[in-house]
Design a binder for this molecule. Sequence first.
Ligand SMILES: [Zn+2]
Length: 270
Amino acid sequence: NLLKKSSTGDYTSKSMDDFTKSIIHGDIVKSWLKFAKDRKTIIYCHSTSFSKIVAQEFRNAGINALHADAKTPSNERNKIMDSFKQGQIKILCNVDLVSEGFNVPDCSCVVLLRPTESLVVYLQQSMRAMRYQPNKHAIIIDQVGNFERFGLPDTDYKWTLEDREKHPRKDSGSTEGLQIKTCPDCFAVIKAECVKCPICGHDFSIEIRKIKQKKDQELRAIKAEKFHIDLIAKKKVSELTSFKELTMYAKAKHYKNGWAWHMAKRKGFI
Ligand SMILES: [Zn+2]
């Protein structure tokens, strides 16, 4: 992993530079065309220079995109914002601009290109596309894996200061316990309990049934083994007829590891 944390807890700009170099720029445009074509889109980058490159990539593909940041002169910035609101500009690339009371209700797509360890940054950015409008369906294209750390932005986060342990933040970057899954048809990341993909309608019922069957099977196997061990434990050592039985016996009686082996040797099982 190229990402390195600074003393403030989030990633250093140098490591984000390295990381974003590993993103294939053509793929940013390609996935937007595939999943969010013609949507009013905000793209969050980690640096001004990267944001400008991304805007240029979109313009190269014939899509109207501009970059703006806090250092853009205010009259120019206002002009850019206005044409974004009115729809002449499809894509607004920025670093941290759009967090300051910026309201574009019909923005329905956010592209995340800024890896973050901060849940607040993640929510601020991804929720930008989720401002309510009737029949609106927001799309978040996360190309830096933030969802792997935090889950879906509409997860019920427990905001307490006392139990930081239970905070949804994950240091390992694993999705385990986050209750999300990826749709095999459209690659949307959705809630694990979805029976139908809300994006493409993919039906998960067979898969869910298979998982349940597998769990039941495992549970039955565990129960059967336990039953077997209980039976063996009731026997005398002289009644045991194989190395396997001796091992089970040793396990039930909490004997040391070598016991079963020595006994099996003595009885001529091995
Ligand atoms: Zn799907």
